[in-house]
Design a protein. Structure first.
Length: 379
């Protein structure tokens, strides 16, 4: 089998690469600016040369190009930061992060690989950047720079949920094939959707650990310890997230798929009782009967965008309707909805907040796998 020799730009911790080796793609070289992410990446992929540094620095970029040419790289995956364009961000006009694509293009032009995968959020299609004296849309810029040497895929918008990933996560992905290659690279046939119930519905229920301490936790959740042990029996990553009691209480009264901001009594409020101003997707429970909403980097916070466990209805001793699992998804559940290997070798030194952030910024592993298989099967 022909194996591709790959370079990963803006590599994060290697989420996109999780299944690459299995299908015939060897990522021999990677670049990441943040030291801790580069260290995490090296822990998971010790055979990959990691160049830790800023791609906008000419010396660093020259080093990447030199090593790529020496390793005869014929495939590049580039996933520039999306925060400047993301719906979850501030989307400032001409955010410097949006310009990073130009440095990836420079590497691509100099290395001249046979195949390229460029990934970002859909907003990239309508985002403008400065190029010299001009202001152009990012897709226009990419095609102006590369279409002379590369063929592009016809449709570029893709949903992770269409490829066996239990998460919506829409992305814009350009698939480039060098013009001297007799290959047609488009997205594969869509697959059956996987609902959140099918993905994580069988996992043990967990009560959150309250920030107010274990005494308060056991007072509210007498079964806390028993549930925690059942969770840890599944995986060391299926443990109770920690939250404040007031937020947990709001979510206990919030039905599956609903936001706590619509609760009549137990709604997000300030100390003086004033309702908290929030987006309709803040303090929202996920739905069982559909894939998970898009995971963001702030997935460990109840008040963030649609990241609270769906929960199950039960009656309190007083006959009130409450909902279980008043918490965000565990790291184990995040591995599932991001389609990462369940035995993914997360380094022991990584903090929970760091793990959640890098997972939230990743591209689902199975989505990349299915797209890459279309290419590899033709080689």
């Amino acid at each position: 089998m022909t194996r591709l020799r790959g370079l990963s730009l803006f590599a994060n911790v290697g989420i996109a690469e999780a299944y690459m080796k299995d299908i015939g793609v060897d990522i021999l070289l990677a670049n990441e600016i943040e030291v801790d992410r580069a260290k995490f990446y090296q822990h998971i992929y010790p055979e990959t040369e990691m160049i830790c540094g800023d791609i906008t620095n000419n010396n660093v970029r020259n080093q990447i190009v030199k090593s790529a040419i020496e390793k005869r790289i014929d495939f590049i995956i580039a996933t520039p930061p999306c925060q400047g364009m993301s719906e979850a961000g501030k989307r400032l006009e001409f955010d410097p992060r949006n310009q990073l694509i130009s440095y990836a293009i420079d590497v691509i032009e100099r290395v001249n690989p046979k195949f390229v995968l460029l990934e970002n959020v859909p907003k990239q299609l309508t985002t403008k950047i400065r190029f010299g004296e001009e202001i152009v849309l990012i897709p226009e810029y990419i095609k102006n720079e590369l279409s002379y040497n590369y063929k592009f895929n016809e449709n570029t918008l893709v949903m992770a949920k269409d490829y066996g990933v239990p998460q919506l996560r829409e992305r814009n992905i350009f698939l480039l094939v060098r013009r001297d290659q007799n290959v047609v690279w488009e997205f594969p046939e869509k697959q059956k959707e996987v609902t959140l119930k099918e993905a994580i519905g069988m996992l043990p229920s967990l009560d959150p650990l309250l920030r107010e301490g274990i005494k308060k936790t056991l007072e509210v959740f007498p079964e806390y310890e028993r549930k925690r042990e059942k969770g840890l029996a599944i995986s060391k990553w299926h443990y109770p997230p920690t939250h404040s009691w007031k937020q947990v209480e709001w979510m206990m009264y919030t039905p599956t798929g609903k936001s706590a901001i619509y609760n009549e009594k137990y709604y997000p409020q300030k100390e003086d009782g004033t309702p908290v101003k929030a987006h309709h997707n803040n303090y929202r429970r996920l739905k069982w009967d559909m894939p998970c909403r898009t995971i963001t980097q702030n997935n460990g916070v109840i008040s963030s965008l649609a990241c609270v466990h769906p929960g199950r209805k039960y009656l309190s001793k007083n006959g009130e309707e409450l909902y279980s699992d008043a918490r965000v998804l565990t790291i184990y559940e995040l591995l599932i909805v991001m389609s990462l290997p369940l035995d993914w070798n997360i380094p022991a030194w990584a903090s929970e907040g760091f793990i959640r952030k890098v997972i939230g910024e990743g591209i689902p592993s199975k989505l990349v796998k299915e797209i890459m298989k279309v290419l590899v099967n033709q080689l």
